[in-house]
Design a protein around this ligand. Structure first.
Ligand code: ZN
Length: 133
């Protein structure tokens, strides 16, 4: 695993949070994107070298809707950049981590993504992401 690619924050209202984070960072989101298959709307901010993803649920079945119901707004996941996602999934499976989707799926911001179950990572949802070239 290489650097932290981004930190994902679950929010109730993306429009309001975009305004809030624009004030916080002093610049607007560089990208907004809906991932229909995941039931989320996202926006991405750069702050120096750091990337923050805001996520709002678009359906009641969305993982973000479930997270908000259980825990409320806050940090939802930490994403790590990987060079070769399939190799990394194999390695982590062998180490005993619970991989939520072994077949990488297309995430936001031009990435292939795989999630590790928080049960196997001390309560933190981990996203692996590989840039789609
Ligand atoms: Zn993410």
């Amino acid at each position: 695993m290489r650097k932290i690619e981004h930190i994902g924050i679950a929010v109730k209202n993306l429009e309001e949070s975009n305004i809030l984070f624009e004030k916080l960072f002093g610049n607007p989101p560089y990208k907004q994107e809906e991932v229909v298959s995941e039931g989320v709307k996202t926006s991405f901010f750069m702050n120096g070298p750091n990337k923050i993803e805001l996520l709002e649920a678009t359906t009641p079945e969305s993982p973000i809707a479930k997270f908000l119901d259980k825990k409320g707004e806050g940090i939802h996941h930490i994403a790590f950049d990987v060079k070769d996602i399939l190799t990394e999934v194999e390695r982590l499976k062998n180490e005993g981590f619970i991989v939520l989707n072994e077949i990488p799926k297309k995430g936001a911001d031009n990435k292939l993504v795989v999630f590790l179950h928080p049960k196997s990572t001390n309560g933190v949802l981990i996203e692996l992401c590989q840039e789609i070239i």
